[in-house]
Design a protein around this ligand. Structure first.
Ligand code: HEC
Length: 639
């Protein structure tokens, strides 16, 4: 699975001198309302201090440029395929680059570098001081009034899907085909790096995460910030919220970070209850929303090893997808079950003599699906990283809820061994032969209780193939190919289902589309083909339906890479609403003016009651004056 990039942002966001130097809160801490103002500097010393700082920054940038040339240029200067370009990286805040090198996907590229080397690279790439980051503890904060409390009562969209079966149907909503065309932005909230985590709505709060490492709880009606929590790494999962007897408010919010820490905080205050390291392997990441069931949190483990393992000195490959069952009260791991049960072992040396390991791969990118009746959870896995054979990559699996034991695994694509950059960028050494096709499952399986009493499980793959399975044994009941598929095509981030149809978005360049397939046999009920790409934002413009769709009141809400939300009658495919998130500028409730939306990709709409939430700007939005994402809260007529 390779995540997508786009939206070339030409200019770095240059922050005013000094902004950001006072930093944010320490990792693992939440900040309540009114504190944490920057210390006032003595006016007399301000100028010389600023000059000294500018000189130090210039020195760092020069050093960073040298290191970038040695270590990063080969993959991050055009022509780039799987990697973001230098210009795109420039739109990030320095802490995002630093996180990627120290705890994230680019760790292997930074091996042997000191903290100051890493900071220098970030300064060079972004043109900003090393600790500059968009931080809502400062001026841009719009804190909720003191005394505002979390109230869980009311409609919710809790986690990746409001139900444990991952159908993505709004449980309780007043939105219908009649009022959907009147949806209008009630408030907008600007923040940096919110590209992956879908908003979670519970009662009077909306919980959002970001790759800057900040997790926020916002008021659902106004967007004011109830609390902010600084995680130990960047965060791209969707938050899950549930009752927790040890939380002072009785409710906890759960999320994991890219450094593999699973965290529980009090849902009212954001104060940490516990955290636990899910995996010690340096290339693991947490990307799928934790699934909450009873007193257990089921945390999927994914990995970025396929993105870094091309280097000759890298001992490819040791990372496997897994699910960890975590006790919600203590944070203790009850069991951890690997998607590939066999541990990686040495199998050969590469051309320069580095030991290679396998089997590896089968990352779990998406949220597990819970089946209490059968006492199992279902996961779908990604590709393999080495030429060692196994039967668990690109598979759908059922694991026992109590023990993690794999009850069945059905591999849909055999021998899909894949490393990013092979064979062009990392010629030879660790590259599997053949490389790819990179047909991961990146999205959650959907479990449906069918009319007539049977149950079925549905899964969609980057190959463009969609499957209807028997949940008892994983046997295929039907399969249909509705896209050509590719590393960044086919079914990417998620599907949705009502009692009649499965709704499948296809990201393929050749036929970007939304299809309704009949649950019982996979027959095509209707198909909408995306209009040719025409984007209101600058930069890489696509028209794939890569993001997950959502259902509410008989209406299917889809998100497209062109920045549009399009809504259709679920039954017939008749269009009912089209909203261009990048078509206008937003005055945000947290004080960033002229903010623009943009490309919609990894996350879809979260719909609860009369409101719907979406995060716009997956690629970053050039030309905006502030951070690169905007969270949009919709209601009928914006009321
Ligand atoms: C062998 C090729 C390669 C080299 C060398 C490389 N990168 Fe990357 N980098 C990638 C790829 C591929 C991605 C996209 C990964 C994805 O999104 O799945 C990426 C992503 C990133 C990201 C975004 C990470 C995120 O979490 O979203 C940053 C930041 C980055 N690289 C910085 C660097 C820096 C700085 C260097 C040099 C020290 C470097 N890279 C060297 C291939 C490379």
């Amino acid at each position: 699975m390779t995540t997508k990039w786009g939206g070339a942002v030409a200019a770095a966001i240059i922050m005013a001198a000094g902004v950001g130097l006072w930093g944010g809160s320490a990792a693992g801490q939440s900040v309540a309302g009114e504190n944490d103002r920057p210390p006032a500097s003595a006016p007399g010393n301000a100028l010389s201090a600023r000059q000294a700082q500018a000189a130090a920054q210039a020195k760092m940038a020069a050093h960073g440029e040298e290191l970038f040339g040695q270590r990063c240029k080969s993959c991050h200067m055009p022509p780039v395929e799987h990697a973001p370009s230098r210009a795109e990286l420039a739109a990030q805040f320095p802490n995002v680059i630093i996180d990627a090198l120290k705890t994230g996907k680019m760790q292997a590229m930074a091996s042997g570098l000191s903290d100051s080397d890493v900071a220098s690279i970030a300064v060079f790439i972004t043109g900003q001081s090393p600790d500059a980051h968009f931080d809502l503890t400062g001026e841009s904060r719009n804190a909720c009034p003191a005394g505002a409390k979390f109230n869980p009562a009311g409609p919710s969209w809790n986690g990746w899907s409001p139900d444990k079966q991952n159908t993505r149907v709004a449980a309780s909503t007043t939105i219908t085909a009649a009022n959907a065309p009147k949806l209008a932005v009630k408030w907008a909230f600007a923040y940096q790096g919110g590209r992956y985590g879908e908003p979670t709505v519970v009662g009077n709060r909306v919980f959002v995460t970001s790759s800057s490492g900040q997790v926020y709880a916002l008021d659902r009606q106004t967007g004011c910030v109830a609390w902010a929590y600084k995680a130990r790494g960047s965060v791209r999962v969707t938050v899950s919220v549930g009752k927790n007897a040890k939380a002072p408010s009785g409710w906890a919010a759960y999320f994991g970070d890219m450094s593999r820490n699973q965290v529980a905080v009090d849902a009212n205050t954001g104060k940490e209850l516990w955290h636990v390291l899910i995996d010690s392997g340096g290339r693991g990441i947490l990307t799928g929303a934790p699934a909450l069931w009873g007193d257990t949190l089921y945390v999927p483990l994914s990995s970025f090893e396929e993105g870094v393992a091309g280097l000759a000195a890298y001992e490819c490959c040791k990372q496997r997808g897994a699910v960890a069952a975590v006790d919600i009260l203590t944070g203790k791991i009850k069991w951890k079950s690997y998607a590939i049960p066999t541990a990686p072992a040495p199998f050969k040396k590469n051309a320069v003599g580095t030991q290679m390991f396998g089997p590896a791969g089968a990352a779990i990118w998406s949220s597990p699906t819970i089946d209490p009746k059968r006492g199992v959870l279902y996961v779908a896995t990604g590709d393999s990283y080495t030429n060692v054979e196994e039967a668990y990559s690109d598979a759908v699996e059922a694991m026992d809820l109590k023990t993690g034991k794999i009850k069945w695994a059905h591999q849909m694509t055999e021998e899909d061994h894949f490393l990013v950059g092979c064979p062009q960028q990392a010629p030879g050494v660790n590259c599997p032969t053949p490389n790819g096709p990179d047909f991961d499952f990146g999205s959650s399986p959907i479990l449906k209780h069918m009319k007539g009493g049977k149950d079925m499980l549905f899964a969609g793959q980057k190959s463009g193939q969609v499957y209807g399975l028997n949940p008892d044994d994983g046997k295929i009941i039907w399969q249909t190919r509705i896209g050509k598929g590719s590393a960044l095509g086919g079914v990417e981030w998620g599907m949705s289902a009502d009692n009649d149809n499965l709704y499948v978005g296809i990201a393929d360049r050749s036929l970007p589309s939304i299809s309704a397939l009949r649950l019982t046999d996979g027959a095509l009920v209707w198909r909408h083909r995306a209009p040719d790409p025409k984007c209101s934002f600058e930069g890489r413009c696509g028209n794939g339906y890569s993001g997950p769709s959502s259902l509410a009141g008989g209406v299917l809400f889809t998100v497209n890479q062109d920045g549009h939300i399009r809504a259709f009658l679920a039954k017939t495919g008749e269009p009912v609403w089209d909203y261009d998130t990048a078509g206008r500028r937003y005055e945000t409730v947290n004080g960033v003016k002229n903010q623009r939306g943009g490309n919609l990709d990894a996350t879809g709409m979260s719909i609860a009651g009369g409101m719907a939430f979406v995060m716009a700007g997956f690629n970053g939005a050039s030309g905006s004056s502030g951070p690169d994402n905007v969270l949009l809260a919709f209601s009928v007529d914006g009321k």
